[in-house]
Each structure stands twice: as C-alpha cells, then as structure tokens.
Write a protein that binds this ligand. Structure first.
Ligand code: AMP
Ligand code: GLY
Length: 424
C-alpha cells in the first residue's frame, strides 16, 4: 500500500516508524515531514494550513491511505474533502473535530451527555465573563474557545485576574485574535492523564495510558509547552479504573457523537484530571498526542495500519490491541529559549550513537536535513524514546541516549516520570 502521512513532528515520525514495520506499506510519503522522517520516507513539501494544497498533493500522489497527524488540517475538514474525492483518510470529519476545535462545543457536549467535567460558564462577552466569575472560587481557569496551540488556557489566582484574562481574550490582546467565546471553569486538582483511544464511530478501543509533562521546568514549573516528556506504564491505570473511564467517559462520548449524527472516527485523546471525586475531562483532542504517541507506539505489537483501517471500516470490534508489558518513556530535547523564541539551523550530533542503544528510538520533532546534515528547526527538537521492563530502566536508557546527543543550547527535563517513581 502507498501511505501518506500529513505532519512534521515527533508524533508523525513515530507513526511513520510504526508504518515502516507494517508489511502492508510498500511506499511511504510524508508531507512535509522532517529530518528524521526523510530517512525512512519520501518527504514532499506542503503547507498544513492550506487545504487546497493538501488536496492537490493527495490527488497527485494518489495514496491508498492518508493519516492526518495534527489538528489543523482536521479543523479545516481535510478528511471530509478527501472522502468526497474518493480517498481514504484516517481522522475525524470537521464536525467531529469540534470536540477539540471548540472548547464551548466540548463543554456543552459533555454536559448534554452527563460526562464528568469541571463546572463552567460559557461567555460571549467580557460583561458576561465578569458576571460569571462571581460564581467561582479562585483559582479560576479561563479558556479561549478555539485552537490556540496550548496558549489559550489561563489559570488565574483571583477573580480579578480571571476577569482581566477574559477581557484580554475577548479584546485579542492575549492571543492576537479576539476570542468569540470564553469558557470560565472550575480549577480541578489532581494528576493529569492522557487516555487515548481508537474509535470507528461506534466502538472504542483504548491505547495504553500515558502521563505528559507540560511545563518547561523540572518539578512542573514555568510556562506550558507542547509536552516535555511522557511515560507509559500499565500501573498508571488499573483495570477497574480503565473500565470506569471507558463506561463513563470514552463510550458515552463516542455514542453521543453518533447520536448527534457527527460520528467520531479516529483517535480520541481524552485529557483527564484524576480528582478526588473521580476522573474529569479537561479537554478532548481529536488526534494522537505529541509526545504521547512516541511512547505509546513503542509498546504497540499490532500492525498500526490494520488498527487504523479498522477505524475507517467500522471494524474496530474485531480488533484486539496487544501491548508489550513494562514501560516506555520519552524525553524531549528542546531548543534554548523554547517555549519562547529560539534559534534554528544548529547542527545535531550523536544521533547514531544514541540510536545504537538497544531499546532506544530517537524520533525527530523539529529537525531538518540541510546539506546532508541534521539541524534543529523547531522548539521541540527530538523525542528520545525507550522501552524496557520497568519505568526506571526505560528512563535510564532514554537519558543514556540523550547523553550522546549534542546541539547548542540543548535543554531537557531530568525528572520525567518523577510522579510514578515517587509512588514506587
Ligand atoms: P487544555 O488545553 O484544556 O487541556 O488545558 C491545558 C492545560 O491547562 C491542561 O493540561 C491542564 O494542565 C490545565 N487545565 C485546564 N483546565 C484545567 C482545570 N479545569 N483545572 C486545572 N487545570 C486545568
Ligand atoms: N501532549 C499534549 C498534546 O498532544 O496535546
């Protein structure tokens, strides 16, 4: 099969790596791809915010399957457009993607279907937000409605700062674009968990759980990032809790979307807060997580392409996923200055030595191939991933590999997995 993967990050490199292990994939194209994907696929340029350009690329390449990595093309309706032209694509339709693209839609959906989530108020003006804030105790969470690449969520220590945050979102002062809706939300306390599952529109099959580390600094301090590291172990969630989340959160979500005639096919990423009153939905994403995917796919024993096609064909009920027991961990190497401004084009060395360590796979997040050399090209640069029998062993391998890698200003957190290790 000829496969096309849309995207340029570590998540897409991990999907490409898994696709290369499938006996069914005979030709692999990544658009636009990155320096790491270029070693295992043919990379072709495309602008992921240009729907017409992506459609033209698919019409030219004629892949038998397109896997859409990031949310942006999904939010533009790439899957609907490809389906209308007779092309198979993995990912939700534009309407089903609203679970991620509109926090207002997601909150109302959760409420309609009695799925546990933080209590909230949906506001369409600063005046409404000022009134709504009075009903909440600090800290108060203020969220812009649309896609904001992680920058649209503000945790406010007082009612006054919550009002200022809502005003800043409505005026456009905070995100550049004025928000049309703002969610004011109760602050939830607990540990976060990334619960990803596949869905064919009716059935749900969970992937192994993972825990992300979103803050830039060790001890979970400093600004939010796209994710600085992640780990996956079976002990993150016991069988009872997994069952509870499926019964009360994942299955009602997929059933609700089907009842509303916007069936969800693809990967549903449920961001959960494990609170004292049970798991609560923080957010939905309608795609694989990054860096969750890197750690999760390292543990998958099935052919990934079979599983993703089962979602498209409504045959997920016949699919049983098999996982390597034990643990996996991903540590992100980022550019100096990330998540703020950072330099690019810096040469990276040590990648071969890192990859020779058994159990280690180095996925590329923001790299490019320049004059036959791999250079930095993004804020998150590499996702150094390892699998082993225990989390400690997986982390040791990932950090050993990280020790081989060099580029100017390289930064990584040394405390990935600290919560799980603290419990052990
Ligand atoms: P979101 O994009 O909605 O997932 O929010 C980004 C991050 O903000 C989450 O991963 C949490 O760390 C934090 N967050 C969002 N909503 C809440 C909430 N209601 N209570 C506490 N933290 C939250
Ligand atoms: N790791 C967070 C995300 O993919 O949104």
């Amino acid at each position: 099969m000829k496969l096309l993967i849309l995207g340029a990050g570590g998540r897409e490199h991990a999907i490409a790596w898994a696709a290369r292990r499938s006996s069914r994939v005979t030709e692999l194209v990544c658009a636009p791809g990155n320096g790491g994907m270029a070693a295992i696929a043919r990379c072709v340029p495309v602008n992921l915010s240009d729907l017409d350009a992506m459609i033209a690329l698919v019409e030219m390449e004629k892949p038998e399957l397109t896997i859409v990595g990031p949310e942006l093309p999904l939010s533009l309706g790439i899957v609907d457009e490809l389906a209308a032209r007779g092309f198979r694509a993995f990912g939700p339709t534009k309407e089903a993607a609203m679970l991620e693209t509109s926090k207002g839609f997601a909150k109302r959906f959760l409420q309609r279907h009695n799925i546990p989530t933080a209590s909230y108020a949906l506001c369409v003006s600063a005046a409404e937000a000022r009134e709504a804030v009075e009903r909440f105790h600090a800290p108060i969470v203020v969220k812009a409605d649309g896609l904001a690449a992680g920058k649209g969520v503000l945790i406010c220590e007082s009612r006054q700062t919550a009002i200022e945050a809502a005003e800043g979102l409505f005026s456009g002062a905070l995100l550049g674009e004025p928000a049309s809706q703002v969610v004011i939300e109760e602050f939830l306390e607990g540990e976060e968990l990334s619960f990803l599952c596949l869905s064919d529109g009716k059935h749900v099959v969970p992937l192994v759980p993972a825990q992300d580390h979103k803050r830039i600094g060790e001890g979970d301090t400093g600004p939010n990032t796209g994710g600085m590291g992640v780990y996956s172990t079976d002990s993150l969630l016991d069988a009872n809790m997994t069952e509870w989340i499926l019964r009360h959160i994942a299955e009602p979500t997929v059933r609700g979307m089907a009842e509303e005639e916007t069936p969800f096919q693809g990967v549903l990423y449920i961001g959960l807060m494990m609170t004292a009153r049970g798991p609560q939905v923080l957010e939905f994403n309608v795609r694989f997580g990054d860096p969750e995917t890197q750690a999760i796919l390292l543990r998958l024993e099935n052919d990934l392409i079979d599983a993703l096609e089962a979602c498209i064909d409504g045959k997920l009920a016949e699919t049983a996923l098999r996982w390597t027991p034990g643990a996996s961990a991903t540590v992100i190497a980022s550019s100096a200055g990330y998540p703020g401004k950072y330099p690019t084009g810096l040469p990276i060395t040590g990648l071969d030595a890192a990859a020779r360590i058994p159990g280690v796979v180095v996925f590329h997040s923001g790299t490019a191939l320049k004059d036959e050399r791999i250079v930095t090209s993004g804020g998150r640069v590499l996702a150094v991933t390892a699998a082993a029998d225990t989390l400690q062993q997986a982390l040791d391998l990932a950090y050993e590999a990280m020790g081989e890698i060099r580029f100017d200003g390289i930064y990584f957190r040394r405390d990935i997995g600290h919560r799980a290790l603290g419990r052990a």
